[in-house]
Design a protein around this ligand. Structure first.
Ligand code: NOJ
Length: 572
C-alpha cells in the first residue's frame, strides 16, 4: 500500500520512573560493542529529521543544515546514532524535496555542499552518522534529464523517462492512477506523448529499464558515499519498474481519499524486477559498507522477506509499515504484527511515525492518557528485537497541527485531497525546542504554524522534568544501547492469549529482560511462567517502569496500572 491518505486513517500517570542499573549515566552513552557479527545499524537508533522543520539557523522560517548542526549535542544526549535527513537536494519543492532537480548538491534553502560536509564531520564527533534520502523512483520535471527528455522524441534522455502514445480519443495510455490523485499520465503537447508520474505531475518516473539511468543513479550514491554518508533511505522503492506492456490495473470498489477509484496496483507496484535493481544497488553500497533503509510498503510477511534479498543481498533495513498501520492500541494486534516481522527471519525495522502519517501521539492516544500511551508505544518499539527509526518530535509527544483552511495547506496531497484529506502538513510542523512564540525553531515566521501545545511539549521543559516523555525516551535509548538482552537477545512472546497485556522476553544466553505493556485503560494482574525458557525460580529486578510502586521480585503476580510499562531484568 502506498496511500498516505489511507495510512493516516489506519493507522504513567504521575509516573515514578526507576532506572535501576542505568541511573548513574548522566548522559546517554553509545553502544560499547555488540554481539559478535552484529552490524552497527543493528544496535543503532535512527532518527528522522525533516530538515524544513527541525531547526532554522538563518531566521528565514525554514529549517536548514546549520540548524541541524546546532542540535547535534541534543541528539547525542538523547542517544541517537544515525539521522536520516529527508531530501535536501536542489528542488522546486513541489513535494518539499521529493522532486529533485540536482542529485549532487544541496538546495540553497538548506545551505551548501560545504555546509553538508561540515555537518557530516560535526556529526561524526557526536558519534552520529548521516543517512540521505535517495529519491530513486522519480525526479523533478525541472531536472536537466527531464528537460532534455521532454525537448524532443529523439533527445538523448528521451528514454530516461516513460513516454507513451495515448489511446484513441485523447485517452491516457492506460488506467493507472497517481498516488497524488487523478491519472498517472500527463500529456505533453510539444511532443504529443504522455509521460508517467506515480506521484505529482512534477515528479516524472525514471525508466529503470534503461541501463543509463541505473548507471547515473548508482553514481549519485557513490558521490554521497564520498561525502561521508553512511547509507540511504530509499524513497518509493516498491515502484521502480512498471509493466512494459502497460496492462490496465484491476479496479476495486469505492474511491480513495483523493477522490480516485480504488485500484489494485498489480502492474506498477512491487514488480519482481525491482529486486534485480536492488541487488545491484546493494553491491554498490557494500563497496562503502553502507546501509540501505527501505520505504517498503508491504502487505505480507513474504513481501517483507523478499526485500532482504534471498541471500541478504538487498535492503538491510526494510521498514515494516504493517507494524505502524495497526490502527489501535491492541495487544493481540501488535503481538501478531511482531510475530509476522520475526517470521521473515530478517532483522526487523520498526517505526511508529513519519512525515507521511499522523503523529503517533494522536494516532494511538485516547485523548486522556496520551502521555502514558506515548511512553507505552516507545517502550514497545524500542525494546523489540530490531532497529527503531524515530520521527523528530515523537520523543516530546508532538501532536498533529492540521490546517483548518484550504488556503493554508502546503502539501500537494492536501491541496488535491481537501477537505476529505487535509494532507501531511499537520505532522511536519516545527520541532518544539522551548516554550517561546515559535517554539525556538526560528526567529522568523515558521513555514508551518506551531501548535499551542508547544508551551508544555518542548525539549527545554521536558528535559528538566524526570517524568516527561522525553526523559522516558532517553532512558529507553540508554537501555537499548547498554542492555545486552535488549540489544542482542531473541524475542520470545509470552502469555499469548492475553487480550490486554503485550508481554515478551528478550533473551541473550543467560541474560533476559521481561517487558510487560498494559495496552488497556484498566488495571491488569499478570503472571509469568518462564520454565520453558529455562528459568526455574526466576527473580525480577525492575529496570524501567511507569508504575507508581515497582513490584517485588516475583513474576507470578504483577499488578499493572492502566497503560503501564514494566521492564525487568530476570535472573534464573
Ligand atoms: C514517499 C515520501 O515519504 C513522501 O513524502 C513523498 O511524497 C513520496 N515518497 C514521493 O517521493
Amino acid at each position: 500500500m502506498r496511500d498516505f491518505a489511507k495510512l493516516r486513517s489506519l493507522v504513567l500517570l504521575a509516573v515514578a520512573v526507576s532506572l535501576v542499573g542505568c541511573s548513574s549515566f548522566s548522559q546517554a552513552q553509545k553502544t560499547p560493542g555488540s554481539a559478535d557479527g552484529q552490524h552497527w545499524w543493528q544496535s543503532a537508533v535512527f532518527y528522522e529529521v525533516y530538515p524544513r522543520s527541525f531547526a532554522d539557523g538563518n531566521g528565514d522560517g525554514i529549517g536548514d543544515l546549520k540548524g541541524i548542526e546546532s542540535k547535534l549535542d541534543y541528539l547525542e544526549q538523547l542517544g541517537v546514532d544515525a539521522i536520516w535527513i529527508t531530501p535536501c537536494y536542489p528542488s522546486p519543492q513541489v513535494d518539499f524535496g521529493y522532486d529533485v532537480s540536482d542529485y549532487e548538491n544541496i538546495d540553497p534553502t538548506y545551505g551548501t555542499l560545504a555546509d553538508f560536509d561540515r555537518l557530516v564531520e560535526a556529526a561524526k564527533k557526536h558519534h552520529i552518522r548521516i543517512i540521505m534520502d535517495f529519491v530513486i523512483n522519480h525526479t523533478s520535471d525541472r531536472h536537466p534529464w527531464f528537460l532534455d527528455s521532454k525537448s524532443s522524441r529523439t533527445s538523448a534522455h528521451r528514454d530516461w523517462y516513460i513516454w507513451r502514445d495515448g489511446r484513441a480519443n485523447r485517452q491516457p495510455p492506460n488506467n493507472w492512477i497517481s498516488g497524488f490523485g487523478g491519472s498517472a499520465w500527463k500529456f505533453d503537447p510539444s511532443t504529443g506523448q504522455y509521460y508517467y508520474h506515480y506521484f505529482a505531475t512534477a515528479q516524472p518516473d525514471l525508466n529503470w529499464r534503461n541501463p543509463a539511468v541505473e548507471n547515473a543513479m548508482f553514481d549519485v550514491t557513490r558521490f554521497w558515499y564520498k561525502h561521508g554518508v553512511s547509507g540511504f533511505r530509499l524513497d518509493a522503492v516498491d515502484l521502480l519498474l512498471e509493466d512494459p506492456k502497460l496492462h490496465d490495473n484491476p479496479i476495486l470498489p469505492g474511491k480513495d481519499e483523493m477522490g480516485s477509484p480504488n485500484m489494485l496496483n498489480k502492474y506498477n507496484d512491487k514488480l519482481p524486477e525491482n529486486h534485480q535493481v536492488l541487488r545491484r544497488l546493494r553491491s554498490v553500497a557494500d563497496e562503502s559498507d553502507a546501509v540501505l533503509v527501505g520505504e517498503t510498503y508491504t502487505d505480507s510477511a513474504s513481501e517483507l522477506k523478499e526485500y532482504y534479498g534471498a541471500h541478504n543481498d538487498e535492503i538491510q533495513l526494510p521498514m515494516d509499515f504493517m507494524f505502524c498501520t495497526v490502527d489501535k492500541l491492541s495487544a493481540p494486534a501488535f503481538r501478531k504484527q511482531i510475530a509476522l516481522a520475526e517470521s521473515t527471519g530478517g532483522w526487523p525495522t520498526y517505526v511508529i511515525g513519519n512525515h507521511d502519517m499522523s503523529r503517533s501521539y494522536v494516532r494511538y492516544g485516547d485523548g486522556k492518557h496520551n502521555d502514558q500511551i506515548a511512553k507505552l508505544m516507545a517502550a514497545m518499539y524500542l525494546t523489540l528485537r530490531g532497529t527503531p527509526i524515530m520521527y523528530y518530535g515523537e520523543e516530546i509527544g508532538m501532536e498533529n497541527n492540521d490546517p483548518t483552511r484550504k488556503e493554508d495547506v502546503k502539501d500537494p496531497m492536501g491541496i488535491t485531497g481537501w477537505p476529505k484529506y487535509k494532507g501531511r502538513d499537520g505532522e511536519r510542523t516545527p520541532m518544539q525546542w522551548n516554550g517561546s512564540a515559535n517554539a525556538g525553531f526560528t526567529t522568523g515566521k515558521p513555514w508551518l504554524p506551531v501548535p499551542s501545545s508547544a508551551k508544555e511539549k518542548n525539549v527545554e521543559s521536558e528535559w528538566k522534568d524526570p517524568n516527561s516523555i522525553l526523559q522516558f525516551y532517553r532512558q529507553l535509548l540508554m537501555l537499548h544501547h547498554r542492555n545486552v538482552a535488549l540489544r542482542d537477545g531473541d524475542y520470545v512472546a509470552l502469555n499469548q492469549d492475553d487480550p490486554n497485556v503485550l508481554a515478551y522476553l528478550r533473551q541473550y544466553k543467560k541474560d533476559a529482560v521481561l517487558v510487560a505493556l498494559n495496552m488497556s485503560g484498566t488495571a491488569q494482574q499478570v503472571s509469568f511462567n518462564l520454565s520453558a525458557e529455562g528459568f526455574t525460580s526466576p527473580k525480577a529486578s525492575t529496570i524501567l517502569t511507569t508504575l507508581k510502586h515497582a513490584p517485588g521480585d516475583r513474576i507470578d503476580q504483577i499488578a499493572l496500572e492502566p497503560f503501564a510499562v514494566y521492564i525487568a531484568q530476570v535472573s534464573p
